[in-house]
Design a protein. Sequence first.
Length: 331
Amino acid sequence: TLFRSSGNPNFHKSALARYTPQDFIALVKRHGIRFHEKKLGQLFCDESARQIVQLLLQECSAANVSLRLNCRVESVAKDNGFIVLTNQGRFECTSLVVATGGLSIPKMGATDLGYRLARQFGLRVTQTRPALVPLTLSEQERTRFSALSGISVDALVSVRGHSFRENVLLTHQGLSGPAILQISSYWQPGESLNIDLLPEGDAWELLRAEHTSAKELKTVLGQHWPQRFAQAWAEVQSSAKPLRQYSEKELRAVAERIHRWRLTPDGTEGYRKAEVTVGGVDTHELSSQTMEARRVPGLYFIGEVVDVTGWLGGYNFQWAWSSGFAAGQSA
């Protein structure tokens, strides 16, 4: 699945079936926004993502939505309906939709308001943590690879049965790149990552073919990886000697490490760098048809504040549109 939830793994399906990616693409086309496919089905505006913001604002205007900017919610109470007190006055409504997002990128205004409101009304909130986020390495590991910051290598990264095949980027802090961002949604502190550095090749066959040569390991690997990465990895893994001086057992061990390079991150770069937040309002508390709280009629939670997290590549935007549509049909 392209989405994960620590509660009900099927929760997202109903909303996504009723407002599909094709529905949103049709809306983009209706607004005359040109776009292109970059890779793996990911779509980007030809000009600027601001065009999508403009689209949303125009849709709000057409629906007579009143926008209140710099409006701070001070309290929410429920009587016959909901009473919302803000720094811009008091608002009353029969339906209240919470679309506050997660904790990611606080400089954009992210707060825990949505989680606090859920708890206030007795709803469970699952544990939250940064996701789609770069991972950090220990000081010892960083020192080994610090000179390689900015170099990326094609790899298959795995943890607990979840695997992603894309680039891994070395940074000053540790690891990033699409494969790492994806796996970060599943990685738990203390776990080791398994990195296959030759996902489409056979390292043993590659090394055995050069076993009688005077080439060093870094030279052979440099034909398949960026040369600086090959040199640094070879220095960490083995001594600098011609391949013909390796025993077969030593060579097999190197081949094994190429396909199963184990690294244990010591953390993440946190919400500051995270694209999304894993966890949130427990999906068992909500109707998958309408996003309404089962025990609080009229109260809805949509988007990232809910315990549904999409993969990298626009899936979290689609979840926002789809869950918003589901709530909008009912609220």
